[in-house]
Design a protein. Structure first.
Length: 406
C-alpha cells in the first residue's frame, strides 16, 4: 500500500503545489481522495515522467511505480469546496474512456464516488450541462447527516444508482460504515472503511481505513524435521506437501510416531493490519468521532499513518512581524483550518506512528530549493515538538509514502 500526493495546496494553487488530491494504491488499484482542479494532469505528468517522483525523506525504500488513471476504482471526497472537487468531472470523463491493457481479463467496473450531501447534484449537473459521457459508468454514494435530504436530481445517463448512507452514533458523535460494493469488488474489500464528520466551514468528512489482522507466518523450519522423521511411515514421496494443507485447513496433523502438530504452536502470532486516517479540511479533528473510532479498533489507539491538513503556521518570520502563535491559531481556525501543532495533537491522540502534513497555504512553496525546504522544515518542527516524534513529513506534490504496519 502506498500513497502518492497529487496536490498539496490549499485554496490557491501555486507553481509548486496543485489543488488537493492524493492517490492511495493497493496492489495497483487506485483510490483517489479528493480531486482538485488538474488532478488528471498530475497523474498524466507523473506517468510520463517518473523522475518527478519525490522520495519520502523518512523512508529509503522506493515505491517503484506510479498510479494510473485506468486503475482508478473509487474516489472519496472530503467536501465540496472547489479546491477539492473541481477536477472530478474532467477526470471522470478521461478515466472512464481510458482503455486498460488487461481489459480482456479484468472486468471494467464503474467508478464509485463517495462524498457528503450535494455530491450527486454536483457531479450530475456538471456532466449534464457539458454534455459529457463516462464510458465506464459511475456510482455515487452520499454520506448523509440526519439533517440531510436525499438528492432529487435525475441520474446521469451513465450513472448506476448508489446508496445513501445514514450515520451511526458513537459516544457523542456520529460516523458512517462504508461497505465495499459487492458488484465491484476491489482490493479495499477486506478493509474496514469508516468515515466521520470533522469541523470545517462546510460539511466535511475524514476517512479511516483499517485492514484486518493478517495470518501469522507458518514456521516451516520447525515443522519440517517432524515431517521428514516420519517420511517412511507417512508413505509420501514428499512429506513437505503437508505444509500447504496444514496452513489452509488450520487442523492439527497427527503423525505416525504420535507427534501432534497444532497450528497455533507452529505459526507466528497474527500481524496487525495497516491503518490510515485521511482527513479533509478541519479546524480541530480532535472534536470529532475519530478518537473514539480508533479506540474501538483491536488493538486500540494505533494508526500507521495520519494525513492531516496544516494550512498555516506561526514561523519565526511571523513572530518577527509581530504575530503570536495564538493569533495565527485563532485566525487559522476561524477559516476552518489547522496548524502543524493541531495536526500533531490529533496524531498523538490517536496513536499515529507517522504524520504527514498536507494542504499548505500558497505562502509555503513545495519545490526543492534550499529556501523552500528550510521553511517547510520549520513547519515540520512545530509538529515534531508537539507530536514527540521525528516521524513527521511535509507533503510535496508527487511525493510517495508507503504504508507499513509495525
Amino acid at each position: 500500500m502506498d500513497i502518492t500526493f497529487l496536490g498539496t495546496a490549499s485554496a490557491q494553487p501555486s507553481p509548486t503545489r496543485n489543488h488537493s488530491s492524493l492517490a492511495l494504491r493497493i496492489e495497483g488499484e487506485v483510490f483517489l481522495f479528493d480531486c482538485g482542479e488538474a488532478t488528471q494532469h498530475q497523474l498524466i505528468k507523473l506517468n510520463s515522467d517518473s523522475s518527478l517522483v519525490v522520495q519520502d525523506p523518512l523512508d529509503s525504500t522506493q515505491v517503484g511505480s506510479t498510479p494510473r488513471l485506468a486503475r482508478i476504482n473509487a474516489i472519496f471526497l472530503t467536501h465540496l469546496h472547489g479546491d477539492h472537487c473541481f477536477g472530478l468531472p474532467g477526470l471522470l470523463c478521461t478515466a472512464g474512456s481510458v482503455v486498460r491493457l488487461d481489459a480482456e481479463t479484468v472486468p471494467i467496473n464503474p467508478i464509485h464516488i463517495y462524498g457528503p450531501s450535494g455530491t450527486k447534484n454536483y457531479v450530475r449537473n456538471a456532466l449534464l450541462h457539458t454534455i459529457s459521457r463516462v464510458g465506464r459508468g459511475f456510482v455515487i454514494h452520499e454520506l448523509l447527516l440526519p439533517s440531510d435530504s436525499p438528492s432529487t436530481t435525475a441520474p446521469h445517463i451513465d450513472e448506476q444508482l448508489g446508496e445513501d448512507y445514514q450515520p451511526e452514533t458513537i459516544n457523542d458523535g456520529v460516523f458512517w460504515k462504508i461497505p465495499s460494493p459487492s458488484q465491484s469488488p476491489s482490493k479495499l474489500s477486506t478493509f474496514s472503511i469508516k468515515a466521520a464528520p470533522i469541523p470545517h466551514t462546510v460539511p466535511t468528512i475524514g476517512y479511516l481505513l483499517a485492514e484486518p489482522s493478517l495470518p501469522g507466518k507458518l514456521r516451516a523450519d520447525l515443522i519440517t524435521p517432524h515431517l521428514l522423521r516420519n517420511k517412511e511411515a507417512l508413505n509420501l514421496k514428499n512429506p513437505l506437501s503437508l505444509l500447504a494443507k496444514f496452513k489452509s485447513s488450520n487442523e492439527p496433523i497427527h503423525l505416525p510416531d504420535g507427534t501432534i502438530l497444532h497450528p497455533s504452536e507452529y505459526t507466528d502470532p497474527p500481524k496487525r493490519g495497516r491503518r490510515v486516517v485521511i482527513l479533509g479540511d478541519t479546524s480541530n479533528a480532535l472534536d470529532s468521532s475519530f478518537p473514539a473510532l480508533i479506540d474501538t479498533l483491536d488493538p486500540p489507539s494505533i494508526v500507521d499513518l495520519v494525513i492531516h491538513e496544516s494550512t498555516n503556521a506561526c514561523l519565526k518570520s511571523d513572530i518577527e512581524s509581530g504575530l503570536t502563535p495564538d493569533q495565527v491559531l485563532q485566525t487559522t481556525q476561524e477559516h476552518g483550518h489547522s496548524t502543524p501543532d493541531l495536526a500533531a495533537r490529533f496524531a498523538k491522540r490517536v496513536g499515529a506512528r507517522k504524520l504527514v502534513l498536507n494542504h499548505f497555504s500558497s505562502r509555503y512553496k513545495g519545490d526543492s530549493s534550499v529556501e523552500s525546504l528550510g521553511v517547510m522544515d520549520e513547519v515540520r518542527m512545530l509538529a515534531v515538538n508537539e507530536f514527540g516524534s521525528e516521524n513527521v513529513v511535509c507533503a510535496r506534490d508527487f511525493m510517495q509514502v508507503r504504508v507499513v504496519a509495525e
